[in-house]
Design a protein around this ligand. Structure first.
Ligand code: NDP
Length: 291
């Protein structure tokens, strides 16, 4: 069994981006990071994005509207960032406080600055395999983990657990693409799938993104499977200072002896999401300022 080290692969991508940005003439790429309110997880996610941007040489413009911000005010802020020619990418940290329509805010972000890839136009471009679009960061990170670990999906059976718009569906579309590294045969499973273990046992590559702690057990996979565990779940653990530990959607101790390659949680898919956000920001900069 080989561990797929997301921290190392993300660090490689960040180093590559840093070298690329150092070669840009004129202003640096710029990402606007919008965080509404003080949700602790959002505070730490935005801080991490700001730090990674700075490390690469991307300007991070931080906007912190208060929790009382109205939908109209937030959309007006997005409009002003859309119109600002010095801003290449816009990220509105999810989840937004209750009462705000997140999907409407994501739709408002100009598609050419939508580095999170949540705008419907970018999801459409992903389906059309139009390389000028931005794919959602977590699924794009999954593809990088696979290709940089020497896994060619061509002809392989990829089984995706979960059909969300931010992970499952775009991950399936990426694996299905008609291009080198992809060309997989894809099955998407969800909560209504009949006999899920019969599906997962067919997987050459299993992508688990359901948000159920250690759901995938050893008897649900075949020997040699490549496992990408997207899940981030907190389970109570009195031995930890925090009172909890993080586990994935896969029972790592049971499944890993059968797997040829597997991502750990944490340290697998998680670090890739921020790296891919930065990759999308540099791409937005390049597309908006052709050489
Ligand atoms: P969602 O809750 O949006 O979607 C979960 C999907 O899993 C749904 O399609 C649901 O089916 C399906 N599902 C739920 N329970 C079962 C079950 N028992 N059997 C089969 N399918 C099931 O989650 P996300 O896609 O947003 O996230 C999934 C996981 O990935 C979470 O743990 C999340 O924390 C993590 N995550 C990690 C990221 C990272 O950077 N590493 C980034 C984003 C998410 P149905 O559609 O029928 O309801």
């Amino acid at each position: 069994m080989e561990l797929i080290d997301g921290n190392r692969i993300a660090a490689d991508i960040i180093a590559e981006l840093k070298a690329e940005v150092a070669g840009f003439a004129g202003r640096s790429p710029c990402i606007a990071l919008v965080r509404v309110g003080e949700d602790p997880a959002s505070v730490s996610y935005v801080r991490k994005k700001e730090k990674t941007a700075a490390e690469i040489g991307i300007e991070g413009r931080i906007l912190l509207p208060p929790v009382t911000t109205s939908q109209a005010e937030l959309e007006a802020l997005v409009d002003s960032l859309n119109a600002d020619s010095a801003v290449d990418g816009i990220l509105v940290q999810s989840p937004l406080p209750k009462g705000l329509d997140e999907a409407a805010v994501f739709r408002r972000i100009a598609p050419e600055k939508d580095v999170d890839g949540f705008n419907p136009l970018n999801l459409g471009k992903l389906a059309q395999e139009d390389e000028t679009g931005f794919s959602a960061c977590t699924p794009a990170g999954i593809m990088e983990l696979l290709s940089r670990s020497g896994v060619d999906l061509s002809g392989k059976h990829v089984v995706v657990l979960g059909r969300s718009l931010i992970v499952g569906k775009p991950a399936a579309l990426l694996a299905l693409q008609k291009k080198a590294g992809a060309n997989a045969t894809v099955t998407i499973c969800h909560s209504r799938t009949a006999d899920l273990p019969a599906m997962t046992r067919q997987a050459d590559v299993l992508i688990a993104a359901i948000g159920r702690p250690e759901f995938v057990k050893a008897d649900m996979v075949k020997k040699g499977v490549v496992v990408i565990d997207v899940g981030i779940n907190r389970v109570a653990d009195a031995t930890k200072k925090t009172g909890y530990r993080l586990v994935g959607d896969v029972d790592f101790s049971g499944v890993s002896p059968l797997a040829s390659k597997i991502t750990p949680v944490p340290g697998g898919v998680g670090p890739m999401t921020v790296a891919m956000l930065m990759k999308n920001t540099v791409k937005a900069y390049r597309l908006r300022r052709p050489a």
